[in-house]
Design a protein around this ligand. Structure first.
Ligand SMILES: [Zn+2]
Ligand SMILES: [Zn+2]
Length: 155
């Protein structure tokens, strides 16, 4: 068996350094059986091993991710290393936040002008361009895991 699994965040995350789409994410927090996980799908969508080595379909459909798991990739375009953390709800991968947050307790982020959010720790303001409404996000400045706590636009 392999030493990691493959991960496909949905929507695709873009490299913050050069803007290229990031693919071929790997992680070691799952079964490490070369499963291919796609965000939003409860069980692996594939297994990247030779056909004769693939697990039984019953095994694949019963496989689940841990509640949190860390994944990583390098940008094909600029070689930037990128870490991210996946979060599951009821066994399904629902959110991907930049950064390594295996143990982090989220701090607050406040919505500003609809598409921006501000970190409560370092006051940095940024945009989650790929997914503007996602609640959990890694602050690009201080690295904190943030939770968008104010949903209503106060203006
Ligand atoms: Zn890049
Ligand atoms: Zn911050």
């Amino acid at each position: 068996m392999g030493m990691f699994d493959w991960y496909e965040p949905q929507p695709t995350l873009m490299c913050r350094k050069c803007g290229a789409p990031l693919g071929r994410w790997q992680g070691k927090d799952g079964a490490c059986a070369l499963w291919v996980w796609r965000q939003g799908v409860v069980a692996p969508i594939d297994q990247e091993v030779d056909e004769e080595c693939q697990a039984w379909l019953e095994v694949r459909t019963a496989e689940r991710l841990p509640e949190r798991f860390e994944i990583y990739t390098t940008c094909d375009h600029c070689d930037q290393w990128v870490d991210a953390t996946g979060f599951c709800e009821r066994g399904v991968w629902v959110t991907t936040a930049r950064g390594r947050h295996g143990e982090s307790v989220p701090i607050a982020a406040t919505r500003i002008d609809k598409q921006f959010r501000q970190c409560a720790r370092c006051t940095h303001v940024w945009e989650e361009a790929e997914n503007p409404t996602v609640r959990l996000a890694g602050c690009p400045s201080c690295g904190a895991l943030t939770n968008l706590t104010v949903d209503a636009d106060c203006n």
